[in-house]
Write a protein of this length. Structure first.
Length: 91
């Protein structure tokens, strides 16, 4: 996918916000810790990075659940296999 810098930055902010929300509400992190986790998971990638934005191919919900519960989160916690209504309301 190609996007201009402003579009990329908007998308990056949105993904970070959603990831931080999950880490705070489901992972028990403080708002500051959740923001730091989001920055670490979604670093800024320069426009010439070969796979810029590849992390966007899955929902922040998915990435955060992997971080919180591991690879088998959907099997071990089927109720978390899909984003919650509160998460979906972020959009």
């Amino acid at each position: 996918m190609t996007w201009n810098e402003a579009e990329y930055l908007d998308y990056l902010r949105s993904e970070r916000r959603a990831y931080a929300w999950v880490m705070q509400h489901h992972g028990g992190l403080s708002p500051e810790e959740a923001s730091e986790a989001a920055l670490a998971h979604y670093p800024y990638e320069s426009a010439d990075a070969p796979f810029r934005g590849l992390v966007f191919h899955d929902e922040p919900w998915h990435w955060a659940m992997l971080s919180i519960h591991g690879d088998r989160y959907a099997a071990e916690h089927p109720e978390l296999g899909h984003p919650s209504p509160d998460y979906l309301a972020l959009e």
